[in-house]
Design a protein around this ligand. Sequence first.
Ligand code: ASP
Ligand code: CP
Length: 314
Amino acid sequence: MQYPERHLLAIEGLHPPAIAQLLDLAESYVLLNRSGKTQRDLLRGKTLINLFFEDSTRTRTSFELAGKRLGADVINMSVSTSSVNKGETLLDTAATLNAMQCDLLVVRHDQSGAPNLLAQKVDAAVINAGDGTHEHPTQALLDALTIRRRKGRLEGLTVAICGDIGHSRVARSNIHLLTTMGSRVRVIGPPTLIPAEADRLGVDIFHDMRAGLAGADIVMMLRLQRERMTRSLVPSAREFFRFWGLDAEKLAFAKPDALVMHPGPMNRGVEIDSAVADDPARSVIKEQVEMGVAVRMAVLDVLSRTPSRGRNER
Ligand code: ASP
Ligand code: CP
């Protein structure tokens, strides 16, 4: 089975074999990375451009590392010092980069759907590195890889995703991936942070943290995405932590071997207590970051095998 798409824009719509193919390939890149070797001939002569209109530490760096480990020429375009500040539009910016014959365009944008729009306009393979509240597909893949390596499967697991579900593209991509792969997903948070559409996503909704965590295999915490809130949706940070923050007392309701995850960046003391986040027996947060590089190598690998639209015609 070959990954069927020219781009990676979303998890929604991907079938289990395509997801499994990406995870299996990423697994082999975990081993390669741990061995200290690289595979620089794979993307030799290809150009990858990181185009980030929103802040990032993990995603941008790991796409850069992934591209370099596979031999691509990697350009990090600094949007804050680019001609975007002189009024150039997203589409004109992309068309400009496209004219430089870029092969892989990694895009993060605050508008949901921006990568989809670009994918219709450029020859390069477009990878969504997070668009508004829509999706963050490589995050869900790296989360799934982390879970699968630790638990040996995705099927039949109970995964609790907690906190600001409404503004989280991480939650949305994870819900699509995990339900597609046979996990049971619960979302936990105050009603103001659970989107109305949650009902239709095949998840169970909890407003009580202890009830929602009961018997969970995986506890995934999310940051309050204040940059996307147009009004106050939560009480003070202290109160939020009291009701929705993960500490040892609340974690005790999950299974004794439940894993604690967080996509990062964390706001310690708001959605997660440091003692839990840093507990090596429970937290796999650093492992998620390691898996991020392997997953992005797998995605670049697979997409570079699919011919780009214009490349054949040029
Ligand atoms: N880094 C993730 C994202 O960009 C989660 C977050 O920022 O809270 O969606
Ligand atoms: N998890 C994640 O996307 O992190 P960054 O925002 O730092 O890239």
